[in-house]
Design a protein around this ligand. Structure first.
Ligand code: PEP
Ligand code: MG
Length: 536
């Protein structure tokens, strides 16, 4: 059966489908339980968890002995006396094992978190991880909730960024979702992984079977459930043509993107991890135009420490040095939620508590990230960029914080680069309108067309029902871009595009006419964009 969705990331695949279930680890307290029975349930779950951790340790050890150690630590925590006694005590009082594990986990987490030592604080996240594992087992949910270890097309109603980062990428060859749009973060991730992605299937989603084979074409949005032999061979042909096209683009690998009129455009990559940076480098990126640093947070069971962040930024800077790396500070909130932030549900999360608003409201979170960035700055060409800016005051406050943290580090004897460039994202109508004033405060702009389109056209970027309105080619968005580019250049600063429109080659000539200096796109789109610039 042929179904039609929105093609959100190019890529062709024929593979087994797998419905991703949302793993619900919420726990309710039950009282008056039989202590003996609950105690046995806990002991059994502890055994299963230990077996899982041993298997993970063995599997990981082959690739990365250091990374494997974490599973060994988790195994020890599972048997830790404080943990076991904490659970036993609560169970003896008549409550259910799940709740006892959750409470004990939380108590130990808070205890570790309060210790004034970086290494011990890092253990707080591990305790939560171990408790989560035992709770999952007690609730009867399997480790990977059944994702097959073979090429798989992941099917889900919605694929949240936090779920996407948890998937075993070695086996994911495509994804299909009922909701979402081209600029939803699952689609962005699929593009960075270079796999096909179809979103917004809507009502047609119900016709996807529980199991079986799917054929997908991420360019056209076509999904075939249970394809017949003719369809499978048609898709094999399409896949071959697609791969040939990719090969043809290789001639643009070492070329500069210069238009016929002589305007040079840097073609950079959007990344979310160190691994993405390696891929982007191989794909020929001129630098990093957008490192979505929030993925470090989404990929972690608790706040990533200053040291963990420092190591990640340092590696990315080293990979690209001396080319530019733009790290965007934390842009959490809306569809990107990390549970440990404890952001209560909001009526209108896209317009709510997110990004720079969280960072300025909770400076202790921001401090950790900015210190990590400043420390990493000596390892390459660091640019720091602030998301969701709506006012001049936000930029001034952020710069003040940065200056004081720099002084603090220098006083501690930690070297910090003298040449860090500061920029803001232009992704709200307020920022575009105020871009003449903002330009006086920063070294560069990067236009986030995803959010700029959402806010300017009042069309939710996640809602497939308004995807006909959500269009970065709309004259209103073009005008926003024109205003921003004009104001940037008048102030003598450069301006780039890091939203998904950067890779839309229908818009390349418009960008070139507006003297856009940089286009930052998914690694898989770099050569295509470079060709489009050269042909403009
Ligand atoms: C944007 O809004 O265009 C952007 C690049 O940021 P994100 O997609 O991460 O919101
Ligand atoms: Mg954005």
């Amino acid at each position: 059966m042929k179904l039609k969705g929105i093609g959100a990331a190019e890529g062709i695949a024929v593979a087994r489908l797998w419905h991703m279930e949302v793993v619900d680890l919420t726990v309710e307290k039950r009282e008056g339980c039989n202590p003996e029975k609950e105690s046995k349930r806990f002991a059994d779950a502890q055994h299963v968890a230990a077996d899982e951790l041993t298997a993970l340790f063995e599997k990981t050890r082959q690739d990365d002995a250091d990374a494997a150690m974490i599973f060994d630590i988790h195994r020890m925590m599972l048997e830790d006396l404080d943990f076991c006694e904490g659970v036993s005590g609560l169970v003896a009082g008549g409550c259910n094992a799940e709740w006892a594990v959750q409470e004990t986990g939380n108590m130990l987490h808070d205890m570790f978190q309060a210790i004034d030592d970086e290494t011990m604080r890092a253990r707080a996240a591990d305790v939560k991880d171990v408790a989560g594992r035992v709770i999952r087992i007690l609730k009867g949910i399997r480790e990977d909730a059944g994702m097959p270890h073979e090429p798989t097309i992941v099917v889900a109603e919605d694929l949240l960024p936090s779920q996407t980062v948890a998937l075993d990428k070695r086996y994911v060859v495509g994804c299909v979702t009922k909701n979402g749009s081209v600029t939803s973060h699952s689609a962005i991730l699929a593009r960075s992984m270079g796999i096909g992605c179809i979103v917004g299937l809507g009502e047609a989603f119900q016709y996807i079977p529980k199991d079986g084979i799917l054929a997908i074409d991420g360019a056209t949005g076509e999904v075939i459930a249970d394809p017949n032999e003719a369809e499978i061979s048609e898709y094999a042909g399409k896949r071959k043509a697609f791969e040939e096209q990719k090969l043809l683009l290789h001639q643009y690998m070492d070329k500069k993107a210069v238009t016929k009129g002589g305007h040079h455009v840097e073609v950079c990559a959007n990344i979310g991890s160190v691994k993405d940076a390696e891929e982007a480098k191989k794909a020929g990126a001129d630098g990093v135009g957008l490192f979505r640093s929030e993925f470090l947070y989404l990929d972690s069971p608790d706040f990533p420490s200053e040291e963990v962040q420092f190591q990640a930024y340092k590696k990315v800077l080293e990979i690209f040095s001396p080319k530019q790396v733009i790290v965007r500070t934390l842009d959490l909130g809306s569809d990107k939620q990390a549970p440990y932030f404890n952001i209560p549900p909001e009526e209108n999360p896209a317009m709510g508590y997110r990004a720079i608003r969280i960072c300025l409201d909770q400076p202790e979170i921001f401090r950790t990230q900015l210190r990590a960035l400043l420390r990493a700055s000596v390892y390459g060409n660091l640019h720091i960029m602030f998301p969701m800016i709506t006012s001049v005051t936000q930029v001034m406050k952020t710069k003040e914080l940065l200056t004081s943290l720099k002084a603090e580090l220098l006083k501690e004897g930690v070297p910090v680069s003298d040449d860090i460039k500061i920029g803001v994202m232009i992704e709200t109508p307020a920022a575009a309108i105020m871009s003449d004033e903002l330009a006086k405060l920063v070294d560069f702009f990067s236009i986030g067309t995803n959010d700029l389109t959402q806010y300017t056209l009042a069309a939710d970027r996640m809602n497939a029902k308004v995807s006909n309105i959500f269009n970065a080619e709309d004259p209103a968005i073009r005008r926003m871009i024109e205003i921003t580019a004009r104001n940037a250049h008048a102030a003598g600063i450069w301006v780039g595009i890091c939203g998904e429109a950067g890779a839309n080659t229908n818009m390349t000539s418009f960008f070139v006419e507006n003297r856009i200096d940089e286009l930052s796109v998914a690694a898989a789109s770099i050569l295509k964009v470079r060709r489009a610039v050269c042909e403009s």
